[in-house]
Design a protein around this ligand. Structure first.
Ligand SMILES: [Cu+2]
Length: 175
């Protein structure tokens, strides 16, 4: 029943058809520069996690820490196999309300440290493809303008069951 699209597409670049309309753009292979969560001189990604969500939840969020190296870079995209779309989001106060806003990119100044955490910036996971189990590790692929792709596993943390664990600042001091 499935139309065999792939053989057809593979044939297209070789087909000789008159007219400029026959030009089929062949996507150039992206530079698959997949590295562990470290690139020399570039940003490092660590402490990535996602909170367990109710099974019916369509969206979720991922958090992580970005520590940049000595050169400025820009986070331009995030992908994960468990969500249809991943977006960079920022929280803004508007007229007394906290709103999420999509940011197309995230700038990383030299040696900057950015903490994406609950109540602040996050990676919004839109239209989850499946529920996540506590303890499982979910790959996040971050695309930086200069450093290329960095893949990190985000740990799925169980839903907080008490106030101490629910407080994202519980382990930070001096706030
Ligand atoms: Cu969001």
């Amino acid at each position: 029943m499935n139309v065999p699209l792939m053989p057809l597409l593979l044939l297209l670049p070789g087909m000789v058809v008159a007219g400029p309309a026959a030009t089929v753009p062949v996507p150039s292979a992206p530079a698959m520069k997949i590295a562990p969560a470290t690139v020399a001189g570039g940003p490092r990604v660590s402490e990535a996690w996602i909170a367990e969500a109710p099974p019916a939840a369509r969206h979720n969020a991922a958090y992580l820490v970005l520590r940049n190296g000595s050169r400025a870079d820009t986070l331009v995209a995030v992908e994960t196999p468990v969500a249809e779309v991943a977006e960079i989001h920022e929280m803004r106060q508007e007229k007394g309300l906290t709103r999420m806003r999509r940011e197309a990119t995230m700038e990383l100044a030299p040696d900057a440290e950015l903490r994406l955490q609950p109540g602040g910036r996050h990676i919004m996971l839109i239209n989850m493809k499946r529920a996540l189990k506590p303890g499982e590790r979910v790959p996040l692929t971050l695309r930086f303008r200069k450093a290329g792709l960095i893949v990190i596993d985000a740990e799925v943390r169980p839903l907080a069951v008490d106030v101490e664990a629910a407080d994202p600042h519980a382990h930070h001091h001096g706030h």
